[in-house]
Design a protein around this ligand. Structure first.
Ligand SMILES: [Zn+2]
Ligand SMILES: [Zn+2]
Length: 190
């Protein structure tokens, strides 16, 4: 078997862990042979079976999401990945707006204190959406570390309340790049 870089291996494992991909898709888009990927996955002890999105799952996602659940809640209730929920609700056109007043109305009022907002389901959805969009990789250095990825608010979380849950206002950074950025821009507190 051809040797592959540690980075590529980490990237494949990270994507696979998020439930975003199958061994075939990984093989097609990233290069390594399916068997190589299977071996990596096995060595990592990941037993997940990739989800096939059936009509029944789509219907369930629609129903759960329409009942007011967030995308993260829908994902755990339907036992599929966040990315799959995102795809379904965008495909079916039922996605709720994440920016501006909608996000506030939907999360229960504009005077939500900062600490509450940070613990809210909307915050988790925002974070997941940013990470998923960025392929679970630091957009500064390309690091695909599993646990140390942060979602940074481009316009400060504190100052720009209406942009808190706007996916476009987020970027994925590793801990190292995130700390560096905040050292440079001390005034931005998020
Ligand atoms: Zn930040
Ligand atoms: Zn980084």
């Amino acid at each position: 078997m051809k040797p592959y870089s540690k980075k590529l291996r980490e990237k494949v494992i990270s994507l696979y862990r998020q439930g975003e991909t199958t061994t075939s898709i990984c093989a097609m888009s990233l290069g390594p042979h399916k068997d190589t990927i299977r071996l990596w996955i096995k060595k990592e002890g990941i037993t997940r079976t990739p989800t096939v999105i059936t009509n029944a799952i789509e219907k369930k996602v629609e129903a759960v999401y329409k009942s007011g659940a967030t995308m993260s809640e829908t994902a755990s209730q339907c036992e599929i990945s966040f990315g799959s929920v995102q795809k379904i609700i965008h495909k079916t056109g039922i996605a709720r707006s994440r920016s501006g007043e909608d996000a506030w109305n939907w999360t229960g009022g504009r005077d939500m204190p900062d600490y509450k907002a940070r613990k809210s389901a909307a915050y988790r959805d925002w974070r997941n959406a940013v990470l998923t969009r960025d392929g679970w990789a630091c957009q500064q250095c390309g690091d695909v570390g599993q646990n140390k990825l942060h979602s940074h608010h481009i316009l400060s979380f504190k100052k720009y309340q209406t942009e808190r849950f706007n996916e476009k206002n987020g970027i994925t950074l590793c801990g190292v790049c995130h700390r560096k950025l905040h050292t440079i821009t001390k005034s931005i507190a998020s």
